[in-house]
Design a protein around this ligand. Structure first.
Ligand SMILES: [Zn+2]
Ligand SMILES: [Zn+2]
Length: 368
């Protein structure tokens, strides 16, 4: 694996901008107002990591001496990950406030200029009543035991919506099609905290569930979580979550997660970013333009592998139908293509020559 995974995606000239005023690209703009598109694209670096793992603080994880949080972070760093999240189940006797604090201290200790270690926890709602499902919580100041008396999904969403959790960001984990009682939302203020969706968990694909979640109004973007319960998969797992970050720091990672600048890839070094009318992937915006101008950059550094060449890119609607497709056979693809502006959700599927199935799924944009 390459030791340097960060590349700067150079900004393309803003040749498409027809607006006089540039506008920032805040997330979740309310509809009903027409915003100008930004004059220029903001630059980001792409980094690669794992959003989901368990050390021995999880009661169902490997309980050997070797399965420590420190070992997870050290192996991730050695194996070229740019970031790595330890997200233990909080409901076991093996978990405690001490564990919670120890993981944070270990994450601080293991973080360097080139590697960010992150503590989260997996909120595993297994007993309802009502909605069940697992969700990772990152950057919260405290944790819940999902199986404790009185803690159901309503409680969880209310907790997320509380101002004390303003920094928290959440993923939907290994979601089956009927998860979370049909992807219900119990507190609309919590909705924008849930920004990510494990389209890849381990090596399994949850794409059909992803479409259901989008259809239920969740603004979620694809990630890949290893969900390893021991350390051996750290060197052998090849999928990754790709993030477009302003900087490789913990806050930079959380900012990318919060604003859905994510993609899920089966290829560990496939670099990907795209913009629509200069709004970066993950954005929700409305536009006065009559076109949605996609500018898509995809590259794979494995130049010696013909199979690693990009074969096809699909712009996909929320229903899963292909809106536009392009065919290629290069390692580096810059594709500019426009479609008529229409409200809705659009995301990308990327194909190379290794499989008939997509190798990567990129964050949607939402045209409000
Ligand atoms: Zn789980
Ligand atoms: Zn898990």
């Amino acid at each position: 694996m390459k030791s340097v995974h960060i590349i700067i995606i150079s900004a393309l000239a803003a040749v498409f901008s027809s607006c006089e005023q540039s506008a920032p690209t805040p997330d979740n703009r309310p509809p009903g107002k027409v915003y100008t598109d930004p004059e220029e694209k903001q630059e980001y670096a792409v980094c690669f990591g794992n959003t989901h793992s368990h050390c021995r603080y999880s009661g169902d994880a490997n309980q050997t001496e070797a399965n420590t949080v420190e070992r997870h972070f050290a192996l991730a760093r050695e194996n070229g990950y740019d970031f790595y999240c330890v997200t233990d189940h909080s409901q076991y006797d093996t978990y405690s406030q001490d564990a919670w604090e120890h993981i944070a201290a270990a994450a601080d200790e293991c973080t360097t200029e080139k590697f960010v270690a992150i503590r989260g926890y997996e909120h595993s709602e297994n007993n309802g009543p009502g909605a069940k499902g697992h969700q990772n919580v990152y950057n919260s100041d405290s944790y819940l035991n999902a199986l404790a008396e009185g803690i159901d999904m309503t409680y969880f969403h209310n907790w997320l919506a509380d101002p004390s959790n303003s920094g928290a960001v959440v993923s939907m984990n290994h979601p089956e099609k009927d998860q979370y009682d049909g992807f219900a939302c119990y507190n609309e203020s919590a909705r924008n905290k849930v920004t990510m969706f494990e389209v890849i968990n381990g090596k399994e694909l949850y794409f059909d569930s992803f479409l259901i979640a989008l259809g239920k109004g969740w603004k979620v973007s694809p990630i890949a979580g290893c969900d390893n319960h021991a350390t051996n998969a750290i060197s052998t797992w090849t999928p990754r979550t790709g993030l477009a970050v302003e900087r490789l720091t913990r806050e930079g990672i959380f900012d990318a997660m919060r604003n859905r600048r994510t993609y899920a890839t089966f290829d560990p070094d496939l670099k990907l970013i795209y913009y629509v009318n200069n709004h970066v992937m993950g954005s929700a915006f409305n536009t006065s333009s009559e076109e949605l101008r996609f500018e898509i950059s995809v590259s794979d550094p494995d130049k010696s592998s013909a199979d690693a060449r990009i074969r096809r890119i699909e712009i996909t609607g929320a229903s899963g139908a292909t809106v536009k497709a392009g065919e290629f056979s290069e390692h580096d693809v810059e594709w500019k293509v426009a479609i008529p502006a229409s409200k809705g959700c659009y995301f990308l599927k990327i194909y190379n020559f290794t499989s008939s199935e997509p190798v990567a799924y990129a964050a949607p944009v939402w045209v409000l």
